[in-house]
Design a protein around this ligand. Structure first.
Ligand SMILES: [Zn+2]
Length: 253
């Protein structure tokens, strides 16, 4: 069913949530746009103007590492203050109510954790951009520390004491997908009885694999996205209204 209006969508979603025991939300860029974070993949978006730096170039060139950090700090100035939106807060409410065991997201903005979901229960398919890791020894670095060193060094990225390169904890183009996160995402999906895709076009792998996996395992499927997706036909409910408007009523006060 494609929800004909907002009220019907909220009503249908409430019914499904009440009946479900194991809800697994899958969230894409669309849930964070109301927080002021643009969808970088969208036409005209950041990535169409700034070619992403592939992982092999990051490794091969100090200039690329410096450029990568320069961009990160520019983004920090622009989006560093972003706060969770209504979608994030509604999901955190469902989590606190015991309905949500874990959440899967390719988003790297840390807003689910900021809304109150334990970091261990947010499965990040593309990592997290709000802190950094040494690529060799795995030591964690905070962005403020990296920035301070960067500026002291005359706009050169610092390296780890072990000699490894320090990079935001994200998965870059050409970098291996995190195996543990992928496995956890599959487990959650298979164990779910209600899979809710929110703000994802479900085009990019691995996002595209999850709705089908959930459906094949007998879960109900809800897709909330402005644009149609190729999985709308197999969804139990399709909602094409604003995410914040649809999920706002599920925020517990
Ligand atoms: Zn190191």
């Amino acid at each position: 069913m494609i929800a004909p209006d907002l009220a019907t969508a909220i009503y249908a979603l409430r019914d499904l949530l009440e009946a479900a025991q194991a809800v697994v939300p899958f969230t894409g860029a669309g849930i964070s746009t109301e927080c002021g974070i643009p969808d970088f993949r969208s036409p005209g978006g950041f990535w169409t103007k700034n070619r992403p730096i592939p992982f092999d170039e990051f490794l091969a060139s100090r200039e690329m590492r410096d450029e990568s950090w320069r961009r990160r700090f520019a983004m920090l100035d622009q989006f560093g203050d972003a706060q969770p939106g209504r979608g994030h807060r509604a999901l955190a409410s469902l989590y606190r109510a015991g309905k949500v065991a874990g959440l899967i997201t390719p988003n790297i903005d840390n807003l689910h954790q900021a809304s109150g979901i334990a970091a261990a229960d947010v499965v990040e398919l593309h990592g997290n951009t709000t802190y950094a890791l040494c690529l060799d020894c795995g030591k964690r670095y905070e962005l403020a520390w990296v920035r301070e060193k960067f500026e002291i060094n005359g706009d050169h990225a610092p390296d780890c004491a072990c000699g490894g390169y320090i990079k935001t904890a994200t998965i870059s183009f050409g970098q291996a997908m995190p195996l543990e996160a992928m496995e956890r995402a599959e487990q959650l999906t298979r164990a779910s009885d209600l899979f809710v895709s929110i703000g994802s076009s479900l085009v990019v792998w691995p996002a595209a694999g999850f709705p089908l996996m959930a459906k094949r395992n007998g879960a109900r499927l809800v897709i909330i996205n402005r644009e149609p997706t190729e999985f709308d036909d197999i969804a139990d409910v399709v909602v094409r209204h604003d995410i914040g408007d649809v999920l706002g009523p599920f925020i517990a006060h």
